[in-house]
Write a new protein. Structure first.
Length: 131
């Protein structure tokens, strides 16, 4: 199942975007929050720093990483404990692939849905776009 939602708070032209959540079975999901977390881990090299960048608690960020690592055949994030050189985290090859597939899917759906989003937007009441 793939769910797409309009995000009126988006910074995209016209204030609309698709937010995709892919649901695999009953418990496994991949959505914008997890994708953003993966991206921040790639940028910062740290699960804690990635969580802070998203205003997310350290525990929540770790829980999401553990959920993703447990859901996929291969872990998406590899972490190392601190020490003389400090700890860190990085996306694995599988993590890079999952993130790339998710971002490409977002792009495809946004392009394919642009006309329908425009049609729905045209049906909004004046001022509804700011909600």
């Amino acid at each position: 199942m793939i769910a797409a939602m309009d995000d009126a708070a988006s910074d995209r032209p016209g204030g609309a975007s698709l937010r995709i959540r892919i649901v695999f079975g009953r418990e496994t999901m991949l959505g914008p929050g997890k994708a953003d977390l993966l991206e921040r881990i790639r940028e910062t090299g740290s699960i804690a720093a990635a969580g802070r960048a998203m205003s997310m608690s350290y525990k929540r960020a770790w829980t999401l990483v553990e959920d993703m690592n447990g859901a996929f055949r291969d872990p998406l994030v590899e972490s190392s404990r601190g020490g003389a050189r400090g700890g860190g985290a990085r996306l694995t090859e599988a993590g890079e692939a999952v993130l790339a597939h998710y971002r490409k899917l977002e792009e495809i759906m946004a392009e394919a849905g642009a006309a329908r989003i425009g049609a729905i937007r045209a049906m909004l009441r004046d001022g509804s776009e700011e909600r």
